[in-house]
Design a protein around this ligand. Structure first.
Ligand SMILES: [Zn+2]
Length: 380
């Protein structure tokens, strides 16, 4: 099982100069190779070997042969996955979340018209040293850089990708690690999940009486807060210098995305932890492809079959009002997201009735606190 450690590099001024030139030259290599390949591809004469020997000879002296080889290899991977997607597209099997298939891009920031500063260190060309709480990254040519951040995963080390974030002026590294997967021997237990926007996760765990939901309301509010801020500064930038973007705006975009991602990750982390504690061996989720497209101001998600069918009697003769689902045949009244989660259970369990007595409304968990559902709620 592959895992990734992310940590921050704290180079000295001298070390930073070395990193800058290493990454500059790595980007030059990537862009040269990618240019050759893109030209060849668009002219219909793509050839894996074209230009490789020349580039290798040219760059092995500048970058060392291991990094030259790693960058060529990473470019190969990018083109291989592009061709795989093209094939899926021709067969009409492209996953619905992929809208456009395009050849690998250059390591270049198109807005700033600057090279993206990245380099790759082969697994046998670096090591991480830990001396009394302090960690160091040891690179070829005697480069020993202070690093900070938790090394989460231990295992066989893979390649290391170092990159520079020019918005924050910070250096980071991604280290891939091969981790041994623990084997489960306990009997299977599943969690059925409905994904949404107002409730990010609504889940029912087999054998539990109360479904749970993780509220996304504060996440949405935060997202709109930053969006308004961005719009405000965009209108100023437009008036002042006829441009839609400034460094501040790019920072806010980034901030909005990071906060969103962090909040969703927290929810996913808490949910997975809960599942782990309850002995869940499998998490079954519904189709998420409709969420992104409809993630608009009204936060209305796709109404698919999972919330249109009664999970108790299978009837489609139902009315939905706001967050409530009401079956006109068996009179079930339940929270719409619980209906979604239970229907995923119903489909997965092949119609087997495994959820008698499950409460029809979820306990809503807010990040940082628990708000339980009011008492006296009917069971299914
Ligand atoms: Zn019903």
């Amino acid at each position: 099982m592959k895992r990734v450690n992310k940590f921050r590099l704290r180079p000295t001024k001298e070390q930073e100069k070395v990193l800058f030139s290493l990454c500059e030259m790595s980007a030059v290599l990537w862009n040269k190779l990618n240019y050759t390949r893109r030209q060849a591809f668009f002219e219909g004469r793509f050839e894996w070997k074209e230009g490789i020997d020349e580039l290798y000879d040219e760059f092995k002296r500048i970058l060392c042969s291991a990094t030259t080889q790693q960058i060529i290899r990473k470019n190969n991977e990018a083109w291989r996955s592009f061709f795989a997607l093209l094939k899926l597209q021709r067969q009409g099997k492209l996953p619905s979340h992929i809208r456009k298939v395009s050849p690998p891009r250059y390591w270049k920031d198109r807005l700033l018209n600057k090279r993206k500063l990245i380099t790759i260190i082969r697994n046998d060309c670096y090591r991480i040293e830990e001396v009394r709480e302090k960690k160091w990254l040891v690179l070829p040519k005697g480069l020993k850089i202070r690093i900070t951040g938790e090394i989460k995963w231990k295992g066989k080390q893979g390649r290391l990708e170092i990159f520079y974030d020019d918005l924050t002026g910070r250096w980071y590294a991604y280290q891939s690690v091969e981790v041994n997967q623990p084997r489960h021997t306990i009997s299977p237990k599943r969690a059925f999940v409905d994904l949404g926007v107002i409730n990010i996760i609504t889940a029912w765990i087999e054998g539990e009486r109360q479904p749970i939901a993780f509220s996304g309301k504060s996440i949405l509010a935060d997202w709109w807060y930053w969006s308004k801020k961005i719009a405000h500064y965009q209108s100023i930038a437009m008036k002042m210098n006829k441009s839609y973007t400034t460094k501040r705006i790019r920072k806010y975009y980034r901030k909005r995305q990071l906060r969103f991602r962090h909040a969703v990750n927290t929810i996913v982390h808490k949910f997975v932890k809960l599942c782990y504690e309850k002995g869940v061996t499998e998490i079954v989720a519904g189709d998420v492809s409709g969420i992104r497209e409809n993630n608009n101001k009204n936060a209305k998600i796709k109404e698919n079959y999972t919330s249109s069918v009664c999970p108790r009697c299978g009837s489609t003769n139902a009315i939905k009002h706001k967050r409530l689902f009401k079956c006109l045949d068996c009179r079930l009244e339940a929270h719409k997201d619980v209906v979604g989660a239970l229907n995923i259970a119903r489909v997965s369990l092949n119609g087997r009735d495994g959820f008698n007595g499950v409460l029809a409304h979820p306990a809503v968990l807010h990040i940082g606190g628990l708000q339980t559902s009011p008492l006296g709620i009917p069971a299914l």
